[in-house]
Design a protein around this ligand. Structure first.
Ligand SMILES: Cc1cc2nc3c(=O)[nH]c(=O)nc-3n(C[C@H](O)[C@H](O)[C@H](O)COP(=O)(O)O)c2cc1C
Length: 406
């Protein structure tokens, strides 16, 4: 499965370093060429001789031990298809997150422009430390894959989260990343995610339970597959691609319209409020002691999906057939239904005019809002429907792109 792949493993000074010997064998057994770089502290836990024999390659430790005309950190970075840092100590995580390059491993990581997986392992107190938490978030925001440690009995005698994750998980993630195809490169994909926030006064708002997880999974997947991604969302998130933070349906509409002309595909996964307050008070509304009820007048929000489709169809109608190179932008909507899923979705796709409609059953507790899992049905313009069985939202996202782009 890994034939011809060059895997660079960075080992740091954690007690779990010995486990990486087995991982090297797993990669080698499956055809990969493995090279190892170690921090000097890692050699307190495993020997260079062992790593050299298992990887069948020289092991790099000293950045200034230069064998060729190219500095070692550049050669290592150029040769590998993927870099795995495991176990990653709190110390090395902190250095990489802050651009510190004071040994061969941290210098290679800084120069590395291909995918990096980091599998941290440490005492549970270290893992819960705020600085470590911030450093992990920084790395994730730069598109580095983090395989979180697992809970259990730790080598230091404590019980908690900190054990290096299962080696099979590291192996599978490596294979998964190496087999990702950049089949969305050259495409600009705009995705909306999360519930909108409609203000009532200076302290209150109307919103919904949408977590944004499905939209964010779609954006992450599109980015992994090489697309130029813009995520428009109410959710606070740091990503290696463009994120536009919005609150209300109106903000979302403006943001999507700004991206419309340059977009190849717009996926409307956000849960946009149907109504907003007619008047937004600029102060906190006082409780009326003389009445037991309060009336809030709401007005309809625009149907952004339908408006986008109308705009697109109008532009296409005005073009000669020969000018219509494609249906740009492709427009994909989401709908949340709690009953008669397919029937309602079929009438919605007709009414809205989008190319695809992804129908979610929100009556189920094991999928949908806030869950990491989903089960959806994809409908296209011709009325055909395809059900995607319950799976992690990242997997559903990949299947959705496969359906719409082949
Ligand atoms: C026996 C022992 C075990 C250690 N295990 C870990 C560990 O699992 N995770 C960690 O972050 N640090 C661990 N440390 C501390 C690191 O070795 C220390 O922070 C060191 O500076 C890391 O250097 P490096 O990141 O350059 O490899 C351990 C230290 C000792 C003495």
């Amino acid at each position: 499965m890994l034939n011809g792949k060059n895997i660079l493993i960075g080992i740091t000074g954690g007690i779990a370093a010995y486990k990486i010997c087995e991982l090297i064998r797993m990669y080698k057994r499956n055809g990969a060429n493995v090279r190892v770089v170690c921090t000097p502290n890692a050699l307190n836990f495993v020997t260079k001789l062992t790593l050299q024999n298992l990887s069948q390659n020289e092991v790099g430790v000293d950045e200034f031990d230069i064998a060729q005309f190219k500095p070692e950190h550049i050669s290592y970075a150029d040769e590998a298809d993927i870099m795995l840092i495991a176990p990653a100590t709190a110390n090395t995580i902190g250095k990489i997150a802050n651009g510190i390059c004071d040994n061969l491993l941290t210098s290679v990581a800084c120069a590395f422009s291909k995918p990096i997986i980091i599998a941290p392992a440490m005492n549970c107190g270290m893992w819960n430390n705020n600085f470590v938490e911030e450093n992990i978030s920084k790395l994730q925001a730069k598109g580095i894959y983090i395989l979180e440690p697992e809970e259990g009995f730790l080598a230091c005698g404590y019980e908690g989260k900190g054990r290096l994750c299962d080696l099979n998980k590291i192996y599978e993630k490596t294979v998964e990343i190496l087999s990702l195809q950049k089949n969305l490169s050259g495409k600009k994909i705009v995705i909306t995610a999360g519930g909108t926030i409609e203000e009532i006064d200076s302290v209150r708002y109307i919103s919904n339970y949408s977590s944004g997880k499905m939209g964010i999974a779609l954006a992450d997947t599109a980015y992994e597959q090489g697309a130029d991604v813009i995520l428009i969302t109410s959710v606070d998130t740091q990503k290696p691609y463009g994120v536009i933070k919005i609150k209300s349906a109106e903000d979302l509409k403006n943001a999507v319209e700004n991206e419309y002309d340059s977009a190849d595909c717009i996926i409307m996964a956000a849960a946009v409020a149907d109504y907003r307050a007619k008047n937004i008070a600029d102060h906190k509304l006082k409780k009326d002691e003389t009445s037991d009820s309060f009336t809030l007048e709401l007005v309809k929000n625009p149907d952004i999906l339908q408006e986008l489709c109308k705009k697109r169809d109008k532009v296409l109608c005005g073009q000669n057939l020969s000018d219509r190179k494609n249906n740009k932008p492709l427009i994909v909507g989401f709908c949340a239904e709690s009953e008669n899923l397919i029937e309602n979705a079929k009438s919605k796709i007709e009414k809205k005019g989008c190319d695809y409609l992804i129908a979610n059953d929100i009556s189920r507790k094991d999928i949908g809002f806030s869950s990491d899992y989903n089960e959806v049905t994809i409908l296209d313009k011709t009325g055909s429907a395809k059900k995607l069985e319950r799976a992690a939202k990242t997997k559903i996202a990949r299947q959705i792109f496969r359906e719409i782009y082949g």
